[in-house]
Structures are given as structure tokens and as C-alpha cells.
Design a protein around this ligand. Structure first.
Ligand SMILES: Cc1cc2nc3c(=O)[nH]c(=O)nc-3n(C[C@H](O)[C@H](O)[C@H](O)COP(=O)(O)OP(=O)(O)OC[C@H]3O[C@@H](n4cnc5c(N)ncnc54)[C@H](O)[C@@H]3O)c2cc1C
Length: 597
């Protein structure tokens, strides 16, 4: 079916994704009177943001002395200097404002006796530039994301945002000038393809944590935004950096928030030893995640893992007392029962580092505008295209994100992108004409599935991607293991093209949707493994034994050659690099040094 026969709709702005970042942006736009469509594969309040537990970072200083300079310093150091310091300054300075705004939207934060927002300590959050832990994580028990997503949804309903629920965006529409003119999308209920035309298109599609086998991420986190951008010629930035969260439930993958350790939980090895004291004398269990994950792996590797197979670490909360646990960590208590058969008030719970968050994504500037290299300019704006939230890379998280900085990133950059779009006076502009081939890429992908009479199941291919990524891009990597991973993923990419679809029915055909998702998984997986194998150093979450194999890897980071961002292009699986911005907006730069905690 050619473009002329497809149903079409026009909006000022189309947002793909109704998580925290998409709904923060849409709220800004709908309130300004723009005609906004928000697409989501699931009902908005089921987006992965709902699963966020621990908190939102902001230097409110409600419970211990804090200011945005400390937050800025921690974030730069946490990022292992790969974060752009202008973006980090912007985020940390905006933090108190967006949190108070959220409070005024009706967010049910926990409260201190004096009525101020409750804040808990978190990994890598310090006062006086690393001297001591600080209380910066604004929390609603251990259901912060849940409270935040519902608050934003209610505000959007009030502002009359148009939601397209159970609509899956398939591909980005770009014209010959490279401008973005909207998306093609599949209405799941009918199986029909639509063209959604827009003056601005904003991606807020979340992470791609499902490229790994053991993941804390929701099943819908298949990196669709990354796949759509990559297929349309937009590079993906810093995809080699994936965060392993130290405390996923052993054998289940479900997350136990860092808020547990914020409230005082302790990691112990088979000897009952609080081993983090040895590795990080100041921050102990609250060192940043990349660091703690490596220390746990090291303990297991050296034979001090717990259990019959010595393959996990114990997270001990028994000393916190039932009352604190039920008040501050009620979901963690339930997760202990449901996923580990453990009463965490009475016994420790088995945990292992589990894939959690992608630091990389679609490159943007601090207004959320997508930027790509053109000639000798590294950051040229793609007209009409924005990205915010976990699918984007602005880059505030660099090589390792600090806990609570993601929910903050959603609010700060969702709002900033919304404001930037409002300021661009869309009402006075017309929609650009669609190119004749606007829907071709999507229609070809669907036709391939329709025509298939044999071929592999999408699930089998997806599982092989996950298994391969788990084995070849883990907590500790070696050059040989990554190189082998590149070859294996390239071979799986060929199999993706030959996936077959047995059930050709239209209505709510989840098999077709899963097959389409695999096209996105493979782009994210390829970007990750190719970028990883090419980075010959250890930095943040990318730790390669060949380049320094201690948990701290002080000698593994190579700033002379590798203090730069990776850009991966899908076409030819090509890599390019661009400089890190070490210049903040107003303060002095934090120069690179060895990370110790
Ligand atoms: C278990 C867990 C706990 C966490 N806890 C914290 C925490 O305490 N603090 C913190 O700062 N961070 C935390 N994080 C990280 C943080 O929650 C996420 O990074 C963040 O919520 C992502 O938000 P988002 O808006 O980018 O995307 P999401 O909330 O993931 O939403 C993505 C949206 O995109 C839609 N979508 C995707 N593809 C398509 C498509 N093709 N078509 C249409 N719609 C599409 C989805 O339907 C969804 O609406 C946690 C993450 C996890 C997994």
C-alpha cells in the first residue's frame, strides 16, 4: 500500500513515549495550547518510570547541608569525566526547581516532621566534594517513580494532552533535507499503519535494557527509539556504557533500590564481612554503582560469594528494624517475599549486579534537540527532532550514572525540550510536505513479515541477542570476549532479516509486535558491542581487564586518547568520535583525576 492510501493525521508535536520524560515534555506543550499527540505501547502509567523506587536527586538540603555545586561535582566524578559539564551544570542547577514544581503538581513525597520533603543518602552523593555522604534523594517511600508518573499523567489529563495508547511507532520520517516530519505507527488494536505528521517529533522511548538476559527493565524496554533513529541515519552515542545495578535479586533480576543501602543496608560476602569498607573507605556501600558492582564481582571471583555455588552477595537489612523497613522500603519487603522467599527483616537477601540503565543514546544538546556531526562540526541540529529521557544522551551521565539522576534528567530535559519547542513558535509555521517514500521503510519491514512462509521465531532470535550480550558485554570485559561478541551479533543481525511470522492476523497480534521490536533490539545490541570493542580503555561502567583490571581501574582510563564520545552509525556499523565538553556554563571545570571513594 503506497503512502497515499495510509490514514494520516497532523499535529504540532508528536511525542513517542509516555514515561516520565515524555509526559513532562507533553505537559509543557499542552499547557501552551499546542496540539500534542503522545504515543505509547502501553497505558502511560505502565511505562518503566513506574518501577523507579529510590528517589529523585536535588540539592534541597532539607536534612544535611547541600548545594548544586556538590551535586555537580559528584555527577562529573560519577560519570568518570565522560559527562558534558555544561549539561551537568544545567541539570544540577535546575534540580530544586523541577522537584518543587513536581511537589506543586501534587507529588506525594514522604515528609520530614517539619513538613519538608524527605531525602535519603544514595550512591556517590556527597557533601564537600567527596568528604562525606549527603541526603539528596527526594523520595516517596520506595515508590518514587510510581508517584511521579501518576502525578504527571493526572496533570496531562487536565491539560488535555492527546494520548494514543497501544500505538507503536515504527519509523522516523525524514525528507531529503534530513528534516524530521513525524513517524509511522502501528495501531495495535487494528493492525493498521498510520502516518503521524508533525512540525516537531520528540522521542522519549526509554531504555533498551532488554538487549541483556538478566535485566531490571520492563519487557517493553526494547530500544525502539534507538532503532528508529539508527535506521534513519542518526548515530547513537556512548552505547558501550551500560550500568549494572549492584542489587538485582539473584536469579530473578528484579531490582532492590539503592535506597536500601541509603537507609543503611550492608553488602556482605560469604564470611559475613562488610567488604566495601576495604574498597571504598569513605563511601563504603554507597560508592557509585559501577564501582560497587565490580567489587561484588571481584568478591565472587575470589571465592567469597555466598550460597552453595558461591555466586551471589548478601544484602543485609536485618539491623534496620521492621518499622523502618515497612515505612521506607515497603516494596522491597514485598519483593523479598515474592521473588526470593526471604523476610528481609529477619534474614539477608541474595543479590547480584544486574543490567539496569543505558548511559548512551540519541545525541542531544541541553534543549533536547538531536545533534549529529556534519562536516567538521560535531553537533549540528536535526530540524524538527528532539529526544529526552533514557533514550537520549545529552550527556549528563557519561560513563556511569548516579542513582536518582535519571528521574531528575527526565524532569529537567523533558521540561527544557518542551520550553524550547514552545519558543519556536510552531503555530505560525506550516507542516512540510511529506516525501513520497515517507512510509516505505515501515511498509517494507511489514511486507517482509507478511511474505514469510518460514523462518525463525522472533523470540528465539531475541533470546540469542540477550545471551550474547550478557556473555560478551558484562561487568568485566576482555578485548577477546568483546571481539568475539562483535562477530556473533553481526551473525545474529543476518538472522533478524529472516525472521518468520506464522500468525498473520491483524487484531492485537503481539507476535508481529515482538518481531518488529527485534529490529530495534539488534540496532541497540550492535551499537553497544561495536562501540565497546573499539574503546581500548577502562572508564566508568566499561571495564576491560586488558586495560587495568582492579575494581578501581586507576591505570585503565586513558584520557589522552579516549576522553571522547563514541558515535555509532548503523550504516556499515561505522564509528566516529567527538570531544567531551569539559567547560561548564558558569563555574570552573572539574579536571579529570583518579576516582576513589
Ligand atoms: C526498576 C527500576 C528502578 C529505577 N529506579 C530509579 C530511581 O529510583 N531513580 C532514578 O533516577 N532512576 C531510576 N531508574 C531509572 C529510571 O526510572 C528510567 O531511566 C526512567 O524512568 C526512564 O524514563 P523515560 O521517560 O525515558 O522512559 P520510560 O519510562 O521507560 O517510558 C518509555 C515510554 O516509551 C514508550 N515507547 C517505547 N517504544 C515505543 C514505540 N515504538 N511506540 C510507542 N511508544 C513507545 C513506552 O510505551 C513508554 O511509554 C530505575 C529504573 C528501573 C528499571
Amino acid at each position: 500500500m503506497a503512502l497515499a492510501h495510509l490514514p494520516k493525521r497532523k499535529f504540532d508535536v508528536v511525542i513517542v513515549g509516555a514515561g516520565g520524560s515524555g509526559m513532562r515534555a507533553s505537559l509543557q506543550l499542552a499547557r501552551a495550547g499546542l496540539n500534542v499527540a503522545v504515543l505509547s505501547k502501553v497505558f502511560p502509567t505502565r511505562s518503566h518510570t513506574v518501577a523507579a523506587q529510590g528517589g529523585i536527586g536535588a540539592s534541597l538540603g532539607n536534612m544535611s547541608e547541600d548545594n548544586w555545586h556538590f551535586h555537580f561535582y559528584d555527577t562529573v566524578k560519577g560519570s568518570d569525566w565522560l559527562g558534558d559539564q555544561d549539561a551537568i551544570e544545567f541539570m544540577c542547577r535546575e534540580a530544586p526547581k523541577v522537584v518543587y514544581e513536581l511537589e506543586h503538581f501534587g507529588m506525594p513525597f514522604d515528609r520530614n516532621p517539619d513538613g519538608t520533603i524527605y531525602q535519603r543518602p544514595f550512591g556517590g552523593h556527597t557533601a564537600n566534594y567527596g568528604e562525606k555522604p549527603v541526603q539528596r534523594a527526594c523520595a516517596a517511600a520506595d515508590r518514587t517513580g510510581h508517584a511521579m508518573l501518576h502525578t504527571l499523567y493526572q496533570q496531562n489529563v487536565k491539560a488535555r494532552t492527546n494520548f494514543f495508547v497501544e500505538w507503536m511507532a515504527l519509523d522516523l520520517i525524514r525528507d531529503a533535507d534530513g528534516d524530521v516530519l513525524g513517524v509511522t505507527a502501528l495501531e495495535m488494536e487494528t493492525g493498521e499503519v498510520h502516518v503521524l505528521q508533525a512540525k516537531c517529533t520528540l522521542f522519549a522511548t526509554g531504555g533498551a535494557g532488554r538487549i541483556y538476559a538478566a535485566s531490571t527493565n520492563a519487557f517493553i524496554n526494547t530500544g525502539d527509539g534507538l532503532g528508529m533513529a539508527a535506521r534513519a541515519g542518526v548515530p547513537l552515542q556512548d552505547m558501550e556504557f551500560w550500568q549494572f545495578h549492584p542489587t538485582g535479586v539473584h536469579n530473578a533480576g528484579v531490582l532492590l533500590t539503592e535506597g536500601c543501602r541509603g537507609e543503611g543496608a550492608i553488602l556482605r560476602n560469604a564470611n559475613g564481612e562488610r567488604f566495601m569498607e576495604r574498597y571504598a573507605p569513605t563511601l563504603k556501600d554507597l560508592a557509585p554503582r559501577d564501582f560497587v558492582s565490580r567489587c561484588m564481582d571481584q568478591e565472587i571471583k575470589e571465592g567469597r560469594g555466598c550460597g552453595p555455588n558461591k555466586d551471589y552477595i548478601n544484602l543485609d537489612m536485618t539491623h534496620l528494624g521492621g518499622e523502618t523497613i515497612l515505612k521506607r522500603l515497603p516494596s522491597v519487603y514485598e519483593i523479598g517475599h515474592n521473588f526470593a522467599n526471604v523476610d528481609i527483616t529477619k534474614e539477608p537477601i541474595p543479590v547480584v549486579p544486574t543490567i539496569h540503565y543505558q548511559m548512551g543514546g540519541i545525541p542531544t544538546n541541553i534543549h533536547g534537540q538531536v545533534v549529529v556531526p556534519k562536516g567538521d562540526k560535531p553537533n549540528e541540529v536535526v530540524n524538527g527532532f528532539y529526544a529526552v529521557g533514557e533514550c537520549s544522551c545529552v550527556s549528563v551521565h557519561g560513563a556511569n550514572r548516579l542513582g536518582t539522576n535519571s528521574l531528575l534528567d527526565l524532569l529537567v530535559f523533558g521540561r527544557a525540550a518542551g520550553n524550547h519547542i514552545v519558543a519556536s513558535a510552531l503555530a505560525s509555521r506550516n507542516h512540510k510536505d511529506l516525501p513520497a517514500d515517507a512510509a516505505d521503510r515501515s511498509l517494507e519491514r511489514l511486507a517482509r513479515l507478511e511474505a514469510s512462509t518460514s523462518g525463525e521465531y522472533a523470540q528465539d532470535v531475541a533470546n540469542d541477542i540477550r545471551k550474547t550480550m550478557q556473555q560478551h558485554a558484562g561487568v568485566f570485559r576482555t578485548q577477546a570476549v568483546m571481539d568475539e561478541g562483535v562477530t556473533k551479533i553481526a551473525a545474529i543481525a543476518e538472522r533478524v532479516k529472516a525472521i518468520g511470522l506464522k500468525d498473520k492476523s491483524k487484531v492485537f497480534n503481539t507476535a508481529r509486535i515482538e518481531a518488529l521490536e527485534v529490529d530495534n533490539l539488534i540496532e541497540a545490541a550492535q551499537a553497544t558491542i561495536v562501540s565497546a570493542a573499539a574503546r581500548h580503555e577502562s572508564r566508568g561502567a566499561h571495564t576491560v581487564n586488558d586495560y587495568g583490571d582492579t575494581p578501581q581501574h586507576p591505570n585503565g582510563r586513558n584520557d589522552e586518547e579516549w576522553l571522547k564520545h563514541t558515535l555509532w552509525f548503523s550504516e556499515g556499523s561505522r564509528l566516529q568520535y567527538k570531544p567531551v565538553n569539559l567547560k561548564p556554563l558558569s563555574v570552573d571545570s572539574v579536571p579529570p583525576k583518579v576516582r576513589s571513594f
